[in-house]
Design a protein. Structure first.
Length: 233
């Protein structure tokens, strides 16, 4: 089994431990498992590109590093820890946005059917903020959450230009953050909310990383491996 696939298996196992910890309110298991998730995805991204002699996406690796900081911060209690976590995840979205906009994403978004995506995410963001605004204002978080939501929507919008895995992964990431914001604003708290938050977050990040790894390109001037060489007639 390639080492990259083994790392992915470990990621799935640690995710299962984390989801079980959230379902059973096992704080110790959550603290031990959550900070490992994004480093495992970073290791998978790095290893999978090494195995294919492709270029590692440093912007996505930086985004995963910010996400690790956000995961650790959100293990704490209180508004200060929440803002610190949001700041870290803002760094994640900005790194992803920079990665996704390389190579003409804006041009792709002007073509049907992708032209509808920016409008769809804009409407969703406005409606979600309007729904949660009073609760976020009471919590003193309306303005920072609004700014964060704009960056999140921009990231999710540009993600659709990167293939279905990255696009779906970004949508799941957005859904996870929407669940967190709804809980903070005290407007909705579905049963098993913490499990849903982590399940959509972990799946979203995994899809983003898998999509980027699958489309990683070899550096200019790199030799063509025999497996990648074109077949002769």
């Amino acid at each position: 089994m390639p080492r990259s696939r083994l790392i992915l298996v470990v990621f799935v196992a640690v995710t299962a431990v984390n989801l079980l910890a959230n379902a059973t309110d096992n704080h110790l298991a959550e603290v031990l498992s959550k900070p490992l998730l994004m480093p495992l995805l970073a290791a998978y991204l790095w290893r999978s590109t090494v195995e294919r002699a492709a270029r590692t996406d440093r912007l996505v690796l930086a985004g995963l590093a910010f996400a690790t900081g956000g995961d650790v911060a959100l293990l704490g209690d209180g508004t200060g820890w929440f803002i610190a976590g949001m700041a870290c995840f803002l760094g994640t979205h900005l790194c992803y946005l920079a990665a996704f906009t390389r190579g003409g994403a804006a041009t792709a978004l002007r073509r049907p059917p992708l032209v509808a995506v920016p409008l769809g995410y804009a409407v969703l963001t406005v409606l979600a903020l309007a729904w949660m605004w009073a609760g976020l204002t009471d919590a003193g978080l309306a303005v920072p959450v609004a700014g964060y939501a704009l960056a999140l929507a921009a990231m999710a919008t540009t993600a659709v230009t990167q293939g279905w895995r990255v696009g779906v992964g970004a949508a799941l990431f957005l859904g996870s953050d929407l669940l967190i914001a709804a809980g903070v604003a005290d407007v909705a708290q579905p049963p098993g909310a913490s499990v849903l938050v982590m399940a959509t977050y972990a799946a979203g990040q995994a899809l983003i990383v898998a999509g980027r790894a699958a489309h990683a390109q070899a550096p200019p001037g790199a030799p063509v491996t025999p497996a990648a060489a074109p077949a002769t007639p």
